[in-house]
Design a protein around this ligand. Sequence first.
Ligand SMILES: *[C@@H]1O[C@H](CO)[C@@H](O)[C@H](O)[C@H]1NC(C)=O
Length: 383
Amino acid sequence: MWKALHAIIWLAAIAGPLAEVEARVSRRQVRHRSPPHLGLDKYMSYEDIMQYLEQLSRVYSDRLELHDVGRTFEKRELRIAKISNGIEPSRKKVIFMDAALHAREWTTPITALYVIHQLVVESRENAYLLANTDWIILPLANPDGYEYSRNTNYWWRNTRTPNTNNCYGTNLNRNFGLGWGEGLPIFRDPCNENYAGTGPFSEVEARVVRDIMHKLVDEKVGFMYLSLHTANRSIFYPWVNEPSPIHNNHEHEEIAQYAAQKILWSTGTIIKPSQGYKYGGRIGGTSVDYAFYMGFPLSFVFEMSGMGKNGVEYRFYPPEQYIRPLVQESWIGIEAMVKKAIEKYPSSRPLHIPVNHKDAVNAAPSNRGFFGNIYEKFTSIFD
Ligand SMILES: *[C@@H]1O[C@H](CO)[C@@H](O)[C@H](O)[C@H]1NC(C)=O
């Protein structure tokens, strides 16, 4: 009896302080690598996003490099994050992701930051995503439009460059140089939110994305392009501007199906995979077609869900309490797509590079479909 009591007192005396020491040690380890807080509970401004990236890169300078690769019409930075596992500097294939080409799709930049967080901070858990791949992420591809959408007109979708007729802005996902201007007459209307610009790559934001694509393809490391949009709940792949399927359509389909399954199992959200063209007909000048044409063997648009946990469709602006679940759901899809893509492209498999990939660089606008091919359908399928 006394012995047992003694033992208990002894245990309490020793175990208490020991546990405290352990807690202190692990707190110190955390403090050693204390990342900035990514709340996922509010929409972030351009400034918030830039600041978050800077703080994160200071803490994880061995894994995360920032580069300012262009300046917008209103002089905001176009900032990319280059992420590696910080171990081998060897030439790895590269995943290129962008977000918010369309200004009003507010959950996409914060999702891109969450992907960066997963790769950089949760790097142990996600080591396999960086073992043979590096990532380049442009989390805010249209900062001028994004700020205008936040502060002035939440419905805003385009850049903020002035057009004729006192109208503003170009739709970046019509501004790429493959099939530029093809599809619908409104793509030539400078006052329409589908305006494709004065010419292919008239916008610095599109040129920056193009130049990253070219560089990666030229270095033969361009592996997968992924553009984040909302809120169609689908995964699109090329062609958007042609009815014919691409040569590895089945591969795209399989990857998209796999991600859709994962999301369905974890949240119940239905994501539909499809060739882009099948949804709404011909749309020229998209980034997803351009990336594939230039030589990325895999190219996707992920149209994330804009539906709240309460089942209400909020499209572009879910109330802030729904940001976190939507971002986390999207991460499940992105991780699944990349996991499957990596499986399909082991290091031994060469990345297919078309021979004439430079043909489209400054592809002249063609008029095919401009007058003859008028769709009666709702036209903003490519949110
Ligand atoms: C996605 O786009 C297609 C084609 O325009 C449309 O039929 C469908 O309703 C859209 N889905 C959502 C969730 O917006």
